[in-house]
Design a protein around this ligand. Structure first.
Ligand code: PHE
Ligand code: ZN
Length: 849
């Protein structure tokens, strides 16, 4: 087979499929290397559809037979599917194909994981199961018969019949093929029930491998809370008799919202205090909610084509963040989300992979499950809500659900609902979906005769393929404080629509201190010439928790930049302000823990680059080390008090209160370790009775260079638990001295527990290296080389995970010519691999440009 030039798909080329699929009947005869799939599909020509040849997708299928209305036919097969002549009227298609799940290492389509069969069809995996119009706008009801020796046989919808070695399922809700799922294995369930608001009794199950059954209770509670929350907040009720969740060890992503049968990466559902950290618990709760919420935003209303991915993902991320804010702390959730947004999405928007929230072309759709589509997509929903107000938002959502239930919809449909519900023109807002790049918002101010004027200017730097940017509508939440710290203007939304725009506030007795972009009301980079006195004032007095935190962050960043650029010493006034926050027991401990966090190495590198400097990863790392050491010394009297005071007694609970206390105490421990060499951390490690405490102490010991005994002990204690061993791999690399990080990574890839076939383990190792930026960007190039070596090895097995991990290289143009040359060498080496996957080629091509 020759390497066909990869084809670019364009949004503007969208045409509907020429046939309607009335129903799909599938029979699976499971066998590891020779599974038979028999499909019976009723096709009806769609009146007035554009004329087209009949084409069904199909990849890596061995056709056994194809018939139309019972007559054997001989289609023309290509690499991507088949074509054949079909009648002008409705007809019955039948095909039998053979596939080999046991050798499917790409984990797309039907594959095996630890002896269990499972599927992953989003985005285009169903075509690896049988011939089908594998596009999200083709929706049909599915009836599935599974024949196999496995004790548990699951598919979408409701069970209709079962016997020895077989089971039948029927899903009454029409769905696109990407939501199809099948699971078969020796599984144990954790059962429960939920009664919906209208009285429907729903059976709930979490299915796991034997041995994992004690790690399901938390996920089940999260599921029930999610079901209740979606009823209470969005009026959305569950719509089948049964809801199944299955945990799978080998999975490319976090989880998948298949109708009635969510499949989860086991790391995103299995939870127990011994093996999961507080952050794991919070993430598991959020992902369970996310997949559950997709039942309405994704499944009942799906996407017309994959360019509309943000329609379901942006909205569902927004919904899960609302849920987490309601279950836990709204400010803490917002601050954490913004940290992630800046770390992942701003980074993407600033580099060669920048793309609009709704892209207009792609080669491989799997490469567009990005922070931009997901997290920036969610920010757009948040901005819409801010602009129209809460009541109008929920009114628009009600209209969306009634108008589009059962549809494969578009961003145009979504915005039209808001226009119709609110009477607002969203033409300008739509630019947020079509323009890539993060707007820079600069601020200038004037005060005369009691009138305060604030002037904003927006600029978005060019991104690949988009040189010119039009002004966007930006909701800017502003509050004003007077110099004694009282709020004189509570949070007010300023709506910016021009390139440059001024807003005035009259009748002020004194020049106010503005608190701008409260709650991070828009995903922009704010440039404001502020003094450190003013930042310290806002850190002490701002009533908006996000901006209070942001003021501390700006102070820290400013001090670090001056340390790096000018060789300054750590700023003692910053340390004084921070100490005051940490000491203030009226503040939420979780907030104080966040305030103790510093801008990341990556954040500082981008900041320096934006200032016209070439970032030196080693110098950035060194400045952070120096500042942490100075912080520890500055707070040496306070730290033992904080550490002791926020120890949690009594039974472990992964709730916001306990995890906030642990986060603060462990932040204190990190600093204390710099003073005592790890004595306290060793005590905590030895006494720990939950993973949060154990892992935090382990990290401290490693960072102090004192981790050898704990490394051996941790492995010994947890070698039976794959998810904990992932942490063991990651922690050694993340906490490594930058000079050692690449070598430690290479050593760990030779460990008997390292495996390329398990994406979690691969990411825990090679993904961890990029989380040690000074190690990854080491001047020797050893970090680049070890990552490239392993990406080259993984690509033939698992293109999707390989391609995603190429983004570790996406910031390369920030660095000096020597580093750029080292990276270019690795990128070119990857591109030169014969048979390189389309996924990886697209990513490396875009990065290399
Ligand atoms: N749709 C999934 C989610 O966001 C993510 C996913 C994409 C999973 C592609 C697998 C494959 O919930
Ligand atoms: Zn999703």
């Amino acid at each position: 087979m020759k390497d066909a030039a990869p084809q670019t798909i364009y949004l503007s080329d969208y045409t509907p499929f020429g046939w309607t699929v009335e129903s799909v009947h599938l029979t699976f005869r499971l066998a590891p290397t020779a599974t038979r799939v028999i499909s019976k599909i009723r096709f009806t020509p769609t009146p007035n559809a554009p004329k087209q040849a009949f084409f069904l997708h199909g990849e890596a299928l061995t056709p056994i037979r194809c018939t139309i209305d019972g007559q054997q036919i001989t289609p023309t097969f290509t690499d991507t599917g088949l074509t054949c002549d079909v009648p002008d009227t409705a007809f019955d298609w039948e095909a039998e194909v053979e596939i080999s799940p046991a050798t499917n290492t790409a984990l797309e389509g039907l594959y095996m994981s630890n002896g269990m069969y499972c599927t992953q069809c989003e985005a285009e995996g169903f075509r690896k199961i049988t011939f089908y119009p594998d596009r999200p706008d083709v929706m049909a009801t599915f009836t599935v018969r599974i024949e196999g020796a496995e004790p548990v046989l699951l598919s979408n919808g409701n069970p209709i019949a079962q016997g020895d070695g077989w089971a039948e399922w029927h899903d009454p809700w029409p769905k696109p093929a990407y939501l199809f799922a099948l699971v078969a294995g020796d599984l144990i369930n954790h059962p429960d029930r939920f009664t919906t608001q209208s009285g429907r009794d729903v059976e709930l199950n979490i299915w796991v491998r034997p041995g994992d059954q004690d790690k399901c209770a938390f996920g089940m509670e999260a599921l029930k809370k999610s079901m209740k929350w979606d009823e209470d907040v969005y009026g959305r009720e569950y719509d089948l008799d049964i809801f199944n969740i299955v945990a799978v060890d080998d999975f490319n992503m976090g989880a998948m919202e298949n109708k009635g049968l969510n499949v989860f990466n086991s790391s995103c559902v299995l939870a127990s205090p011994d093996t999961s950290t507080d952050l794991n618990f919070e993430r598991i709760e959020a992902i369970i909610a996310h997949e559950y919420f997709h039942n309405w935003t994704g499944n009942r209303i799906t996407c017309r084509d994959w360019f509309q991915l943000c329609l379901k993902e942006g909205l569902t991320v927004y919904r899960d963040s609302q849920f987490t804010a309601d279950m836990r702390s709204e400010p803490v959730k917002r601050i954490s989300d913004v940290i992630q947004l800046r770390a992942r999405q701003f980074r993407e928007d600033n580099g060669p992979l920048a793309h609009p929230v709704r892209p207009e072309s792609f080669v491989e759709i799997n490469n567009f499950y990005t922070a931009t589509v997901y997290e920036k997509g969610a920010e757009l929903i948040g901005m819409l809500k801010t602009l129209v107000g809460d009541d109008a938002y929920y009114k628009a959502l009600d209209l969306y659900f009634t108008r589009h239930d059962g549809d494969a919809a578009t961003i145009e449909d979504w915005l039209k609902v808001f226009e119709d519900a609110t009477g607002r023109d969203l033409t300008q807002f739509k630019r947020w979906y079509s323009q890539a790049g993060t707007p820079r918002l600069s601020v200038s101010e004037a005060f005369t005769d009691g009138t305060y004027t604030v002037t904003f200017r927006q600029d978005t730097p060019p991104t690949p393929g988009q040189d010119v940017k039009d002004p966007r509508v930006i909701p800017i939440a502003v509050g004003l404080l007077n110099p004694n710290g009282d709020e004189v203007l509570p949070t007010t939304i300023l709506e910016m629509t021009e390139v440059e725009q001024s807003f005035t506030f009259e009748g002020l007795a004194t020049r106010p201190v503005p608190s701008i972009l409260r709650g991070f009301s828009a995903p922009v980079i704010l440039h404001r010439d502020s003094t450190n006195e003013e930042r310290a004032f806002l850190l002490a007095h701002d009533t908006d928790p996000f901006n209070k935190w942001e003021a501390g962050r700006a102070l820290a960043r400013d001090g670090l930049i001056r340390m790096i650029r000018n060789g300054d010493a750590p700023d003692t006034s910053y340390l004084d302000s921070l100490t005051a926050v940490v000491r203030d027991d009226t503040l939420d401990p979780a907030f104080r823990a966040l305030a103790l966090g510093l801008p990341s190495q990556d954040d500082l590198a981008q900041t320096l680059f934006d200032m016209g400097n070439t970032p030196d990863p080693q110098a950035i790392w060194q400045a952070l080390e120096t500042l942490k050491q100075a912080t520890a010394q500055h707070m040496q009297d306070l730290l033992p008090r904080i550490y002791a005071q926020y120890q949690v007694d009594g039974e472990y609970a992964p709730d916001a209160a306990q995890s906030g206390a642990r986060a603060l105490a462990n932040a204190a421990l990190g600093l204390l370790t710099r003073l005592d060499g790890g004595a306290q951390a060793q005590k905590q490690y030895d006494a720990a009775d939950n993973m949060t405490q154990q892992l935090a102490a382990f990290a401290c010991l490693l960072s102090a260079g004192n981790g050898d005994a704990a490394t051996a002990d941790f492995y010994d204690q947890w070698k039976h638990d794959r998810l904990v061993i992932d942490k063991w791999f990651t922690m050694q690399i993340v906490q490594a001295d930058p000079d050692q990080a690449a070598a430690i990574t290479r050593t760990l890839t030779a460990h008997p527990d390292f495996s390329m076939k398990n994406p979690n383990r691969f990411r825990a190792t090679l993904g961890a290296l990029a989380m040690n930026p000074a190690g990854f960007h080491h001047a020797s190039g050893a970090g680049y080389a070890v990552l490239a070596d392993w990406l080259i090895q993984l690509d033939p097995l698992n293109p999707q995970t390989t391609a995603r991990m190429c983004s570790s290289f996406e910031t390369w143009k920030r660095y000096d010519p020597d580093r750029q040359a080292l990276i270019a060498t690795q990128l070119d080496r990857i591109l030169a691999q014969p048979g390189l996957s389309r996924d990886t080629r697209e990513m490396v091509d875009r990065i290399r440009k």
